[in-house]
Design a protein around this ligand. Structure first.
Ligand SMILES: Cc1cc2nc3c(=O)[nH]c(=O)nc-3n(C[C@H](O)[C@H](O)[C@H](O)COP(=O)(O)O)c2cc1C
Length: 313
């Protein structure tokens, strides 16, 4: 055999620059016991028929059992599953002791928690040097939402989306330079889009924005101090005192104390005035957040709270 111009180590290091996802492949051996191993050699092959492949080192204890298995399952791991990946990367260990799994009618051990599971029928097995290349025909699949686990340069990583390096045009073709990468651009655009229809609904109720903010701030609270309301409405102490007194005259709130010691609570008619606006705000929030869900919303709120606290002068 001609000697290569590089060592196995060089080849391994060079190939480690190819970032891959991480999978766990499972099957039953001839005795019906579950087998499984972590594999990053997984790849898609064909859409019609639906084919995938992975390769297994001939020295793996489970190699023969995988080559002989009529069916196998590929579990594409979520970024939270590094422990499971490590468990299934240990040669010969009792890999199924601590994991939740079912065995399908075709005899495929199905692990819980993967991003995607592909139930496959073995379609072909090829010899590829010191590995077996196993091609499977996908017979069924199950997918969850999440972020995939990545393996790159010998370490686990997660896949986060890159922004285009130099986005210079929006949909209308306007030149945006790099300003659209700035926080302030995203804050102001999101604020404008989320609030524009809402402002129309507030005005249709005969309320000004500061009046709406006072009533929304009082919602679900026993009372609020002047200083607190000033921060929430963006109105200074003195004009806010005038506004609150006018709102009290209209029966929208109740004031005890004076000046900076004002303590403001809501009234039945104030609550009734904003009930449908609060519902509308909730629906708009759900629409705006979409698939990010409650978890995404609470992460966004945490980050915005950090921005608020860091910029509070
Ligand atoms: C991230 C990662 C990816 C791996 N990918 C493969 C692979 O594609 N093929 C392979 O044969 N071994 C791969 N391994 C090593 C096997 O998981 C390991 O050798 C396996 O536990 C052997 O199991 P067995 O000897 O019990 O059969 C990988 C290990 C890690 C940590």
């Amino acid at each position: 055999m001609p000697s290569a111009a590089f060592s196995q180590r060089d080849l391994r290091d060079a190939l480690s620059n190819f970032a891959t996802g991480v999978t766990i492949v499972t099957a039953l051996d001839a005795a019906g016991a579950p087998i499984g191993m972590t594999a990053s050699s997984f790849n898609s092959v064909s859409m019609d028929p639906p084919l995938i492949l992975w390769s297994i080192t001939k020295t793996a204890l489970s190699a023969q059992a995988f080559v002989e298995a009529a069916h196998f399952g590929v579990h594409i791991l979520d970024a939270s599953q590094t422990d499971m990946s490590n468990t299934f990367a240990r040669s010969g260990a009792d890999k199924f002791g601590d994991v939740e799994f079912n065995v399908s009618a075709q005899g495929v051990p199905q692990l819980a928690g993967a991003l995607t599971r592909l139930d496959c029928k073995t379609w072909a097995v090829y010899e590829g040097g010191d590995h077996w290349i196993i091609v499977g025909q996908v017979q069924d699949l199950h997918t969850e939402k999440g972020v995939g686990l990545v393996f790159s340069q010998g370490s686990y990583a997660t896949a986060s989306q890159l922004r285009p390096p130099n986005p210079s045009k929006d949909q209308s073709g306007a030149d945006l330079g790099t300003f659209d990468e700035r926080l302030v651009y995203h804050l102001s655009r999101a604020h404008r889009q989320v609030t524009q229809d809402f402002y129309v609904a507030v005005r249709a109720e005969g309320l000004s924005m500061p009046e709406w903010r006072v009533l929304a701030s009082l919602h679900g609270r026993r009372s609020a101090k002047l200083d607190n309301l000033s921060r929430r409405t963006f109105v200074g102490h003195l004009p806010l005192q005038d506004l609150l007194l006018r709102m009290q005259d209209q029966g929208l709130c109740k004031i005890t104390g004076e000046g900076a010691d004002m303590d403001v609570s809501d009234t039945k008619s104030g609550r009734a005035r904003v009930a449908h606006l609060l519902e509308l705000a909730k629906h708009q929030e759900q629409h705006a957040i979409g698939d990010a869900g409650r978890e995404g919303l609470s992460r966004l709120i945490d980050l915005l709270d950090t921005v608020i606290s860091n910029t509070n002068s």
